[in-house]
Design a protein around this ligand. Structure first.
Ligand code: ADP
Length: 489
């Protein structure tokens, strides 16, 4: 909008019409005071100011405008009929005008000037606005940088307080922060601690996980710089995401040396105890069998029943001890697989027969589905039978109401898949992966059903050694399907 300031109404009227004919918005004031009041309230792009006015002349008005921050930037064109001499024109410029037009006015020239100054002022204002918003943005960024820095400092402070070795890595996988404990195991804040020659290389393991954007979980022995000893640590490195982008990594080394020692002692005890139990049990079994033969018992007499029951219990104890021995063999890397060409279908058939015979009283129905793997392939017959019997006995044990089992096989060019389905109590989703861990039992079923939680652990080790896969799908109260695959070649 343009403000015309003149004490003469005729002048205002004709100038207003001229400007409005070119679509300019116009406001008017009859005196310097009125002009100042309006200019402080409204936003004007240009002021056309008459020089000769009573009370305050145009120069005084312009000088007053220059004293207010809101008005000092508004361009002023002076109009004068009387003061056309050079000194007045000079005063006009000195008091803040950008042009001095003398009367009589050439309307075309005045309009051109008004248009030019008007546009210039518009551009000026637009530039100012951009500058202001840029300044705001810079300020905002600076503030968020400061708050980010204080957040990072706080985070580092927390990492320092941890009892573990803690560190962070940038998105390229370079270590960029380590807490004080790090230096107990590494001399440089750029290099991981030295690992035991028999343990995996941390940098290589991390690179593998980094490529897949996955967390790393690793048990490694690292060398303490003070004592020179290697101590077991659990290394965990997790990616930190912001939205979908990987920002950096955070890692910890937790000292698990003491736990490892206890675990080792426990494994040693297990191994010794199961070995020691095995010998007397074998003798007990032999003596009872001898007794059975010597007494030549009639099947219908109660003594014969006692002897059979004693032998069944001895067999159960024998299986338990064998399982414990297997666990200690796995721990010591001594569970050996003896692969020989054999027929898998025969092994499946034998396992089903064994289960039916040993669970005669349960009235079990086992259905056989799928393509039969009636072919010769390399695997350890005894160990695979052990896996199948374990799957089948679990299927019976954990299905107290419905003794219906389905054994399904699937053969393709590369592998054979064998699965055992039951309609029992099922396993909650979040506990399914854990059932293959050593001594793990699902809480909900551990009180109702007997067991040690090692059967599936041994199965998974046997299948791993065959380079196959093992897994399950299960729904609570509907049943479970446990499967394993064996490669054909
Ligand atoms: P155990 O049966 O001696 O406890 P396993 O290693 O064979 O040990 O099984 C581990 C756990 O997995 C069991 O304690 C049980 O909670 C669960 N589980 C195994 N098989 C089944 C099944 N077919 N249905 C439901 N739960 C099962």
């Amino acid at each position: 909008m343009i403000l015309i300031v003149d004490d003469n109404q005729n002048n205002i009227y004709s100038l207003k019409r001229l400007l409005e004919s070119r679509d300019f918005q116009v406001d008017t004031a009859n005196s310097g005071e009125e002009a100042l009041g309006k200019a402080l309230k409204n936003n004007y792009a240009l002021i056309i100011l008459d020089v000769q006015m009573p009370d305050m002349d145009g120069f005084e008005v312009a000088e007053t405008f220059a004293g207010y921050s809101k008005t000092k930037e508004i361009p002023i064109i002076f109009l004068s009929a009387v003061n056309t001499e050079k000194r007045f024109i000079t005063r006009g410029y000195a008091s803040g005008g950008i042009d001095y037009v003398t009367k009589p006015i050439d309307p075309e020239i005045l309009l051109l000037k008004v248009k030019t100054y008007y546009n210039l002022q518009e551009q000026n204002l637009a530039m100012k606005k951009t500058q202001q918003s840029l300044e705001l943005e810079v300020k905002g960024r600076r503030e968020s940088q400061v708050s980010m820095k204080s957040r990072i400092d706080y985070f580092h402070l927390m990492l320092e307080a941890l009892p573990q070795i803690a560190f962070t890595l940038n998105e390229e996988g370079k270590v960029d922060f380590v807490n004080a404990r790090w230096y107990e195991y590494s001399a440089s804040d750029k290099e991981f601690p030295e690992t035991h020659p028999d343990d995996p290389n941390i940098q290589e393991e991390f690179e593998l996980c980094r490529k897949m954007g996955k967390a790393l979980d690793l048990e490694v022995r690292i060398r303490n710089r003070g004592s020179g000893d290697y101590r077991y640590h659990l290394l965990r490195m997790s990616p930190v995401h912001e939205g979908n982008t990987l920002k950096n990594w955070v890692g910890t080394f937790t000292d698990i040396e003491d736990q490892k020692k206890v675990e080792k002692e426990k494994d040693e005890f297990l191994s010794i105890a199961s070995h020691e139990l095995k010998t007397p049990l074998t003798s007990i079994k032999a003596y009872i069998q001898l007794l059975e033969r010597k007494l030549k018992l009639d099947d219908s007499c109660s003594e014969a029943g006692f002897v059979t029951k004693a032998l069944t219990q001895i067999e159960k104890l024998n299986t338990l001890i064998n399982d414990l021995l297997d666990v200690s063999k796995i721990e010591n890397g001594k569970l050996k697989i003896n692969k020989k060409p054999a027929n898998l279908e025969t092994v499946i058939h034998n396992s089903i027969e064994t289960i039916l015979q040993t669970h005669e009283e349960n009235n079990i129905r086992i259905e056989r589905h799928g393509t039969k793997p009636d072919m010769i392939m390399p695997f350890d017959e005894i160990r695979i039978e052990q896996v199948l019997i374990n799957f089948l006995s679990n299927a019976i044990k954990y299905s107290p109401k419905k003794q219906h089992i389905i054994v399904t096989t699937f053969v393709d060019d590369d592998e054979v898949k064998v699965s055992v389905t039951d309609f029992g109590i099922g396993i909650p989703d979040f506990k399914q992966e854990a059932v293959f861990s050593k001594f793990y039992r699902v809480e909900e079923s551990s009180l109702q059903f007997q067991g040690m939680g090692i059967g599936l652990y041994i199965c998974s080790e046997i299948i791993k050694q065959h380079h196959g896969t093992i897994g399950l799908s299960s729904k609570i109260n509907e049943g479970s399907t446990f499967y394993f695959t064996l490669p054909l070649h």
